[in-house]
Design a protein around this ligand. Sequence first.
Ligand SMILES: Cc1ncc(COP(=O)(O)O)c(C=O)c1O
Length: 468
Amino acid sequence: MPKPLNIAQEVRPHFPAVTDDFIFGDNAGGSQILRESVDAISDYLLTSNVQMGGGYMHSVEAAKRVEKGKEAAAVLTNVEGGPSQIVIGSSTTQLASNLGHACALAGKTHGLFELNDEIIISAAEHEANVGPWVRLAKELNLTIKYWLPSPLPNSESPFAIGLNPADLEPLLSANTRLVAFTAVSNLLGHRTPVKDVVEIVKSKTGARAMTVVDCVAYAPHGHINMQEWGCDAVLFSFYKLFGPHLSCLALAPWSPLATKSHSLGHYFHPQAVSYKLAPGGAPYELQVGCYPILPYLLSLGDGEGGTASEKQLAIAFERIRVHERLLSERMLAYLLSKEAKVKGVQVVGPHSSEDRVPTISFVVVERASQHGNRVIYKKRMTSKDVVSKFDEGQKIGIKYGHFYSTKVMPCLPLDTSIIPDNLVFDKSNAWQPVAEDDGVVRISLVHYNTLEEVDEIIEHIRNVLSEL
Ligand SMILES: Cc1ncc(COP(=O)(O)O)c(C=O)c1O
């Protein structure tokens, strides 16, 4: 059992913005930044803010510092091939879009996709990992299939849904060429068993299908380990991992996504992955500011005898996980209590802290109708109204909505839910459900949050619900 995290001593001193005056509960939207990242950005701008590629000392220093951002990302993802497999861009949305576009340009000419190919997209995705593949399918006339989240085993509640690999299996075939799925849903908080999914995909498709894993909602809570997972690509955003507003795409060197995708860069520029998928490059100073995330996380992995970075990172994330489970358990104990249930609270996503990260969503509902065994609910209090009450106090920051995961909402037993009968689409007919704006109330915590903060949030919810 790893040593418990000491939040006051090991964590909070690194986050000057996190004080006792305000509770940051919207971390899945964006986390607070490390002091060391801010210092690195400022130091870069003050001492080496020149163009890279020159032989003079400031330019040499600038190049070295900027490269360190990629070096950190390579360790954070454990991508085979190191920094040369890292693409840095302004956001995950941008990078996924670049990747999809580069695949479409390569199209059938490079054997990247063939006529009868199918793309499977999980319906638990943020739209960032949907749109690029839908556009690609449209361009190349490919078929799209959706892997729906479904009620999790060991749970009675129809709101306790998540991605189950058993639901993916029947969708896979020798025609499957790409599977896009999330390591953690930003709305459900459910952890997908990534390694198992990749193994199933490979075994059912004769290792033909490529896997693109969205790790944006996973990155602050777990170690991204591409070499262990065996996936082709991962994406994550530094600004949700305690760094500046930049994102990373890591591509395994053996993946056709790396070797066959078309360059988006200038024709005379290097064709290496790092360049070809990031035309224009990222702001230098922000890329410099990504590096300190690594030593910070490694510092949390110290003291247990770990020396290799991967081992230290694994320990750091194990310690983070233990702390975060306590946060989830405290939050869930209230949200699943009889007291909350009577008011209509339904936790959306796993009810067990084991299967989730502390990104916890809920709705306040009442029964609307019953169709056989299936009960349909309607909002008893809108998510907007719940969050407005929080905003009145200006002490706790949380949000509501669909969080761009628009295909999750129809999978819940709500009166607004409509799932098409046939989840197989051709190029002219992608599934675009109406974005249900009221969505869920989402409280998303990370390791710098404390149990005392969870208690305050609970007290607030109690007050809000007392009106019912
Ligand atoms: C799971 C998930 N994927 C992708 C994204 C998009 O990330 P970015 O804002 O960097 O485009 C988000 C953003 O909230 C997210 O939560």
